[in-house]
Design a binder for this molecule. Structure first.
Ligand SMILES: *Cc1c(COP(=O)(O)O)cnc(C)c1O
Length: 429
């Protein structure tokens, strides 16, 4: 499979090259040249297939023969060694729990797949790689856990000092080995700027093979399509006909992966793009105007993105047509207050405990189901325990811990918010 840039001014590349480069040189995003429909035999057998079998069938299309089947099977098996259960929350309201991986958020799937692909390709080509990643919390911990101990790859994570949770910080600063965490004196946007400048710096790129582990990388985004098929397969047969999918979104990688699954033939009738107060995409869906904004802090902080990068891919899937996009996707944004009361209400009426991100997805779904009869499925993207300070007061009880604070030394490197200092650090490392 070849990959083109959404900006159309870069040459087409192989899967391997797209994974290595992360970003095309024209600053667009890579997209697969074709998105083939899977055969009807695949769909009629779907509920006989394991998660890993579904994963292989889906990813084989995008990887082609660039990774031998046997190796790809192994990569997929390791990536998907976690549970992704479907739960019924209310009548016609189901949730797919994507938070049973090592960092308790859905990003584990993409991060693990990317780490293993990079490791395979770097061994084949005997290249040592440096992975750079800017994080507001969840990406960094998933990438750190996904790449830990992977040979030939060094990972440098930049996170804003004092702006992430204790769990997140612990998950990226205590590993050591090939994982370095830089604690930047600034906010997330500063971290992202430092990383972007590094990719554009000729001298650095001559010295190091730099690549990105953010969701702009095709190997992080595409494997997320797998669980849409798996979620569908777990629905009762009579509930599969009229399916609406609600995706709590920030950078819109997860939603884009769902749109790709739909293009591959998965019968999803409609998508709901649900955001917190960072409403750039819902606004676009309503008005046709895209206006990037600085991000606003909310209680669903993994979705605090004002200028989502995967929007370029969404637009590309509809050849730039606002009209076509809004026929398939509707969007709405929800305040922290609405999110908190959703957590309370769902717990009191059903016993199900939402996290603040899943709560945004639930809100969008309930609103839609008021006027349209359908089966609703929302994605639960994080374990509620990760956000216990928000969740516990709403449900009025303590959550059972799933994460423990280990008595391990934090090993972060303080970094001034200055590109020359960052560059020197990378050159010396
Ligand atoms: C990253 C993240 C999101 C947003 O996902 P996108 O693919 O960036 O839209 C939602 N919820 C949680 C818990 C996350 O970590």
């Amino acid at each position: 499979m070849n990959y083109y840039s959404t900006n159309g001014n870069a040459k087409k590349v192989s899967f391997q090259e797209a994974v290595f480069k992360g970003l095309p040189e024209d600053n667009g995003l890579y997209m697969p040249e074709t998105i083939p429909t899977l055969p009807s035999s695949f769909f009629s057998n779907l509920d006989q297939l394991s998660l890993s079998e579904i994963g292989f069938k889906v990813m084989q299309i995008f990887v082609g023969n660039e990774i031998p089947d046997k190796k790809l099977h192994q990569i997929i098996d390791e990536t998907l060694r976690l549970e992704i259960p479907l739960k019924k929350v209310q009548d016609d309201v189901f949730t797919l729990e994507l938070f049973h991986g090592p960092t308790f958020a859905f990003k584990d799937v993409g991060a693990r797949f990317l780490a293993r692909c990079l490791s395979y390709f770097s061994r084949q080509s005997n290249k040592k790689l440096t992975v750079l990643v800017a994080t507001s919390g969840d990406t960094g911990s998933a990438v750190a856990q996904g790449f830990y101990g992977v040979p030939n790859i060094d990972v440098v994570i930049l996170y804003p000092s004092g702006k992430i949770s204790r769990f997140q910080e612990q998950q990226m600063t205590t590993l050591g080995k090939n994982i370095t965490a830089l604690e930047v004196d600034g906010v997330f946007d500063d971290c992202q700027r430092l990383v972007k400048s590094a990719f554009l710096d000729d001298e650095l790129n001559e010295e190091l093979n730099l690549t990105s582990a953010n969701s702009i990388n095709i190997a992080r985004m595409l494997p997320q399509s797998i669980y849409y098929f798996y979620g569908f397969a777990q629905l009762p047969a009579e509930k599969r006909k009229n399916l609406v999918l609600s995706v709590p979104s920030g950078n819109y990688g997860n939603l884009t992966a769902g749109l790709i699954a739909q293009k591959m033939g998965l019968p999803i009738k409609h998508f709901l793009a649900c955001s917190n107060s960072n409403d750039t995409v819902p606004k676009y869906l309503k008005t046709g105007e895209y206006e990037a904004k600085p991000s606003i802090s909310t209680i669903s902080n993994a979705m605090d993105v004002g200028d989502p990068s995967n929007f370029a891919r969404m637009l590309d899937l509809y050849s730039g047509s606002h009209q076509k996009m809004k026929e398939n996707i509707s969007g709405d944004s929800y305040s922290d207050e609405e999110t908190r009361s959703a957590i309370k209400k769902v717990y009191e009426s059903t016993g199900y405990i939402l996290d603040p991100h899943g709560a945004v997805g639930w809100l969008g779904l309930k609103k839609y189901l008021k006027s349209t009869s359908a089966t609703g499925l929302f994605l639960e993207t994080a374990h509620p325990y990760k956000f216990k300070d928000t969740v516990e007061p709403e449900i009025g009880k303590k959550l059972t811990p799933v994460l423990e604070f280990k008595d391990q030394e934090k090993r972060s490197v303080p970094l001034e918010n200055n590109f020359q200092v960052f560059k020197q650090f990378l050159m010396d490392a």
